[in-house]
Write a protein that binds this ligand. Structure first.
Ligand code: ATP
Ligand code: LTN
Length: 340
């Protein structure tokens, strides 16, 4: 007899991560986190706090711990829903490092040497060019491949790491038969690279020494306004999105992302008005957009028991989801099966 019911297609899988190195900024938010939230209904999502990756740079342990916990609260405040998505700490789920070791052995020294993030960070942290910083992309590939993720929402700076993850996966599949899904990057069009407010030729970064360069998700409204009013633009006084106007383009992208207005509408809105008005409008729109996030964050930070229950449950689910794949990989490369 024919089965009248068509099977529901499997939801596609998403995996992404963020390092707990300091409070996320609007670059992290508009480049990646906003998509994390938006994709939760349509995909099976696993979101991870990449604490293992964070120690590739020198960190104060007490600070790292505190930032890890507040990042759980902030991600929930941004809209991660633990009923829909898995939220966990990378260090709580051993399958990531179990797979990473194997992937290390399928990645060439030359490939890792070409990674621009490695070159940048090695230059910036000359006294601590550790092996973890070098093999960082193998652990990131493991994070993604261990879930068989289809899609990885990230900012543009992570594209090269994703291409490497795909290459490692394809290489392994070529040698051992179909094992890993080849992941695709999911990068927003206009906000893939939010630039520093102090130097719009450089990406906004948490580690910027200039406090006016970067707006974090928990900044007070008056600080947000001040930072936008001081944003570096140009001497033309024309709010237009075009090549050579890095500072203005950046502000238009941010304004568009938080208000939902299209770029031509923004240009029309500020035609004939000075940069002063425009910068104030962007600052106010960002402060207003972040207000509910900041309020919810403050509320959640007072409920540590809830935060613990979320990341504990997340780690358990993540482990269950990924154990079989690691066993499969270990079998394929020739390890004797561990009897339990
Ligand atoms: P930073 O360099 O700012 O210290 P990071 O890039 O080292 O941060 P994460 O905090 O792990 O590392 O980044 C989380 C997500 O934010 C990634 O998907 C990354 O691509 C994205 N991202 C980081 N900076 C920007 C930016 N300026 N614009 C857009 N997306 C960004
Ligand atoms: N390297 C990433 C953080 C990260 C990540 C991942 C992102 C670690 N593992 C897996 C996507 C998928 C960064 O944003 N700096």
């Amino acid at each position: 007899m024919e089965n009248a019911q068509t099977p529901t297609p499997r939801k596609k899988t998403i995996l992404s991560g963020i390092q707990p190195t300091s409070t996320p900024h609007i670059g992290n938010y508009l480049g990646a986190l906003k998509n994390w939230i938006a994709l939760q209904d349509e995909y099976d999502c696993a979101y991870m706090i990449a604490d293992l990756h964070a120690i590739t740079i020198k960190n104060d342990p007490a600070k790292l711990r505190q930032q890890g916990l507040s990042l759980v609260a902030l991600l929930l405040a941004c809209g991660i829903d633990p009923q829909k998505s898995i939220l966990f700490f990378q260090s709580h789920v051993p399958t990531h490092t179990q797979l990473a070791w194997v992937l290390n052995c399928f990645t060439q020294f030359g490939e890792l040497s070409r990674m621009t993030q490695f070159k940048d960070k090695a230059e910036k942290h000359k006294g601590n060019v550790n092996a973890g910083l070098f093999t960082y992309p193998c652990l990131m590939a493991a994070d993604i491949l261990v879930y068989n993720a289809d899609l990885v929402p990230v900012g543009a700076d992570q594209k090269q790491h994703l291409e490497l993850a795909r290459n490692i996966a394809a290489r392994f599949n070529g040698l051992y038969g179909d094992t890993f899904t080849l992941p695709e990057p999911y990068i927003p069009k206009t906000t893939a690279r939010i630039m520093s407010l102090a130097d719009p030729t450089r990406k906004m970064s948490k580690s910027d020494e200039n406090p006016n360069a970067c707006v974090t998700l928990t900044d007070a409204p008056e600080d947000i306004l001040r930072k936008f009013r001081r944003a570096v633009t140009d001497s033309e006084a024309e709010v237009a999105y075009r090549e050579g106007k890095d500072g203005v383009n950046n502000l238009i992208s941010i304004y568009s992302a938080v208000t939902g207005k299209e770029i031509p509408a923004i240009e029309a809105e500020f035609a004939g008005r000075g940069y002063g008005d425009f910068k104030t409008a962007v600052g106010e729109a960002v402060a207003e957009h972040l207000r509910p996030i900041r309020e919810e964050y403050t509320r959640l930070m007072a409920d540590k028991g809830y935060l613990v229950s979320v990341y504990k449950d997340g780690a358990e689910r993540a482990l269950r989801r990924t154990q079989r794949l690691v066993e499969k990989v270990y079998r394929k490369v020739g390890f004797v099966k561990m009897e339990r």
